[in-house]
Design a protein around this ligand. Structure first.
Ligand SMILES: Cc1cc2nc3c(=O)[nH]c(=O)nc-3n(C[C@H](O)[C@H](O)[C@H](O)COP(=O)(O)OP(=O)(O)OC[C@H]3O[C@@H](n4cnc5c(N)ncnc54)[C@H](O)[C@@H]3O)c2cc1C
Length: 512
């Protein structure tokens, strides 16, 4: 079986805070003493006036304003934030954190913010890796982690309702233990992120080929708009009532509204699972195998192809591109899907590997991907990050070669590598790992150049810049080129829903 105990095996080595944000793991690097004057990545900071602070205090559970607590309480997992923090210039030292635990409080805070034109940045698990929850203009950081109630389960429709700030591990444990159900949503960060954060970032779990991405799992949402109005969107299995308004908020990263309640479709817990594995001489051959498996109609929960570098680190097969195919569910479906996978791999010459052994190894090592090896201690100039994108099958082999080459050409790059992590009939997600080692003061420059180099390839191929991590601040500058003339539609939607631009300004490439 892939889920339940298996999926949590190796998860951050069990090292996370239950039910609250987990401080980022920086491989032994520590926060440098913070400069008293630097505003880090913030510009044009809005300070919350004293009378507004009083109103906020009366409307919320807690207000936090001390500079050191703001630094710690806005810290995220973005690599660029790590560079800032270890340079003594924390990303966002100026803001006021407002903690809430009811929908009415969220509405109240937004009414106050709207009346006083104060920016509001929603903050949940802070596990994003794009700077999405950083309050770039200061103002209010709206901490929704207290909005964590389990509301109910409709067992005949298999729909669950929870508040948005509930952490993923607590949520999944509850639905498994009480109802024998699963969402099938297993992001590598599932215990350090919230249900609302999954929806706000349009995330994907490791078993998405069987269960779908979060946008496929959401049934309905309750959202508080910038002026405090509470709306309900979705709540239909399928519909023909104009465009799907719910999907407007899925992936909106706190720029269009605050998601307060989430309804998700669930699945019965599987009682059967199996895995097979193959080795391919080239990454392109392995991609071809993945494409053929999907296009032949199989939907194995995990279909993961690792290039030689990652196959070496994870499976000890540095001479092969290892493809793991694992599935769970009703026995007949799983066996039929794996038969299709075996046939397609055999036809293009894949070497049979020990599926059970590779699967066991994957459970233990999948969270190491992108790191050089277990026990590796990064030096002061080491930077690593991951880039997940999606493109048509047609373009993926060339994109893989060209992104790895573009990264390698940036002075200071140690290595670029990738695995195919999520696959569809038409396209697939490649998950690149980038690692550099430069003089500590050159880290931000290397980081920017590496992302510029990789994204230039993606834009040339018309690929989509992110498959599941989202845009945040990291990818904002590339949004206009990526969306072309369609970008103005996003700008107009933002202006209509948030005319004062108070909701998470400066994200998704939108104006500060
Ligand atoms: C080690 C690691 C592994 C990861 N693996 C995966 C993975 O496998 N798949 C994946 O999809 N992601 C992954 N991520 C990224 C991250 O965990 C997800 O983006 C996650 O969904 C963020 O949720 P959060 O609760 O931490 O949100 P935060 O980081 O607090 O916020 C992220 C963004 O969402 C907005 N937001 C949060 N809650 C709400 C809300 N209720 N209403 C409106 N806006 C809101 C914030 O304003 C911000 O813009 C990984 C991150 C780490 C550190």
């Amino acid at each position: 079986m892939i889920s339940r105990e298996a999926i949590v095996r190796g998860y951050n080595r069990g090292n996370y805070t239950v039910g609250a944000p987990t401080a980022p793991h920086w491989g032994g690097r520590t926060v440098a003493p913070a400069s008293e004057t630097s505003t880090g990545l913030q510009t044009d900071v809005v300070h919350v006036p004293a009378e507004t602070l009083e109103q906020l205090a009366a409307t919320s559970d807690e207000i936090v304003a001390a500079r050191d607590e703001i630094i710690a309480g806005t810290r995220d997992w973005w690599a660029r934030s790590m560079i800032a923090e270890t340079s003594g210039e924390p990303a966002t030292p100026e803001a006021v954190i407002v903690r809430v635990s009811t929908v009415e409080q969220v509405q109240g805070v937004l009414r106050i913010a709207s009346a006083a034109s104060i920016p509001v940045t929603v903050s949940a698990g802070r596990s994003n890796v794009t700077g999405a929850a950083l309050p770039l203009r200061g103002g209010i950081v709206l901490d929704v982690c207290g909005l964590d109630r389990f509301i109910g389960f409709d067992d005949s429709s298999q729909i669950v309702e929870v508040e948005a700030g509930m952490f993923g591990d607590l949520f999944e444990t509850r639905i498994q233990e009480e109802f024998g159900m699963t969402t099938g949503h297993w992001p590598s960060s599932f215990a350090i992120s919230t249900v609302g954060g999954w929806v706000a970032c349009r995330g994907a779990g490791q078993l998405s080929t069987r269960y779908g991405k979060i946008e496929d799992m959401v049934f309905g949402l309750d959202v508080v708009l910038a002026d405090g109005t509470l709306i309900t969107v979705g709540d239909a299995g399928r519909a023909a009532v104009g465009p799907d308004l719910m999907q407007l908020f899925v992936g909106s990263e706190g720029t269009l509204g605050v998601i307060v309640r989430v309804r998700l479709k669930l699945h019965r817990l599987p009682d059967y699972g199996a895995a097979v594995a193959y080795g391919f001489r080239t990454f392109a051959e392995g991609l071809d195998a993945c494409r053929r498996i999907l296009q032949a109609g199989a939907t194995p929960a995990a279909l993961r192809l690792y290039d030689e570098l990652e196959s070496g680190v994870q499976f000890g097969h540095a001479d092969l591109n290892v493809l793991l195919i694992a599935d769970e569910g009703p026995r007949g479906l799983v066996d039929a899907g794996l038969d299709i996978a075996r046939r397609e791999c055999r036809e293009i010459g894949g070497a049979v590997l020990d599926g059970d052994a590779i699967f066991e190894r994957w459970l233990d090592t999948r969270y190491l991907t992108g790191k050089s090896s277990e026990g590796f201690t990064p030096g002061p100039g080491f930077v690593s990050d991951t880039l997940e994108m999606i493109a048509r099958w047609r373009d993926l082999p060339a994109i893989y070669d060209e992104v790895v080459a573009a990264l390698s050409a940036v002075p200071g790059t140690l290595a670029g590598s990738a695995h195919q992590s999520h696959a569809y009939v038409d396209s697939a997600c490649l998950y690149f790992s980038l690692r550099g080692d430069v003089e500590p003061e050159r880290r931000a420059d290397w980081y920017r150049r590496a992302w510029d180099a990789a994204n230039a390839v993606l834009l040339r191929y018309g690929a989509t810049l992110s498959h599941h991590h989202g845009i945040g601040l990291l990818r904002g500058d590339y949004m206009r080129d990526s969306l072309g003339a369609g970008y103005s539609v996003l700008e107009q939607v933002k202006r209509t829903l948030d005319p004062q631009n108070i909701l998470n300004p400066g994200k998704l490439g939108l104006p500060l």
